[in-house]
Design a protein around this ligand. Structure first.
Ligand code: C5P
Length: 300
């Protein structure tokens, strides 16, 4: 018996970042959109906890207990007095260390899969609590769709979205560490007042209407200057996507994946082809959103 859960990547259409808090985290106004790039997490009973991973970037995925999928299995087992003796296999399609919540997706996926495998019957609320313990972006991987995250990003309010948005994602040749990008944000913010993070009403209206032009005018990412400072070549990728006709170009989360909003699926394919030919990135993918969060696809 095994259980497989499919979990989406995310793009942040707004990422407003406040000043560093006493605990080192930053208050955010974080508008997440789940997009159709997925990891699959399969859990099978085993003698002891073991993680394996397959997929193009799988050699960069940690297979020890730092992996959020391992931590999710341990957290749920701990609450139920169980031994987390499972083999967790991750079929990876979300870029690693890319700013698209790939590690968070695996944490949420393993949690939902273990819950089903063990018949742990955790409530939605308990699952969300465990996700928030695992990391700031993990609750969103569970719920998917579109949501506003406040606090350090873990307090979620579901958002209405009026249409499917079409995106192109350019993956970079190396990853960026999220803590390093936040540290660079702090360094760049030295000597100036960082305003409280506030969600953009214009952006919420654009999502609700399903209007790609209005969304393009409203997207923003306060971590982008920090990501560009650590990874200056990303400016060339953003420029290539803009000149290929993208409505908006931005760094996804802490990067280094760059995200390009297109008017429709046909336009996304054109932008993707131009970016692929530009020599400014490693690979290019198209994906639409919103899509559902962690979903059991086999073995429930
Ligand atoms: O919550 P998570 O473990 O995913 O966060 C990774 C790192 O990103 C944190 O250790 C912190 O350095 C940074 N972070 C932050 N403020 C947030 C979310 C993350 O500073 N709201």
């Amino acid at each position: 018996m095994s259980v497989t859960v499919r979990v989406p990547a995310k793009v942040n259409v707004q990422l407003a970042v406040g000043a560093a808090r006493a605990d080192g985290f930053h208050d955010l106004a974080n508008v997440f959109l789940a997009v159709g790039l997925h990891d699959e997490v399969t859990v099978t009973p085993a003698d002891e906890l073991r993680i394996t991973c397959s997929g193009p970037d799988s050699d960069q995925v940690p297979l020890d207990r730092t992996n959020l999928a391992a931590r999710a299995a341990i957290a749920l087992a701990g609450r139920r007095g169980l031994d987390p003796a499972v083999h967790v296999h991750i079929t990876k399609d979300i870029p690693v260390a890319g700013g698209m919540a790939g590690g968070s997706a695996d944490g949420a996926g393993a949690l939902v899969a273990c819950d089903a495998l063990w018949g742990a019957d955790a409530s939605r609320e308990e699952l969300l609590d465990i996700c928030a313990e695992l990391g700031s972006d993990v609750p969103f991987s569970l719920v998917g769709g579109a949501a506003l995250g406040t606090g350090r990003g873990e307090k979620l309010r579901t958002l209405e979205v009026g249409a499917t948005f079409h995106w192109v994602f350019a993956m970079a040749g190396r990853g960026l560490s999220t803590p390093a990008v936040f540290r660079e944000f702090d360094r760049l913010a030295q000597g100036r007042d960082v305003p409280e993070p506030v969600v953009s009403q214009e952006l919420l209206d654009a999502l609700a209407k399903g209007d790609p032009d209005a969304l393009a005018a409203a997207v923003s990412n306060d971590l982008q200057p920090a990501a560009l400072s650590l990874f200056p070549e990303l400016a060339g990728t953003l420029a290539a996507g803009r000149s290929a006709g993208a409505l908006a170009a931005l760094v996804s989360g802490s990067g280094p994946t760059t995200a390009f909003l297109a008017r429709d699926a046909g336009s996304a394919a054109k932008v993707a082809a131009a970016l692929g030919a530009s020599g400014t990135c490693r690979t290019v993918r198209t994906a639409a959103g919103p899509v559902p969060g962690a979903t059991v696809v086999a073995g429930a």
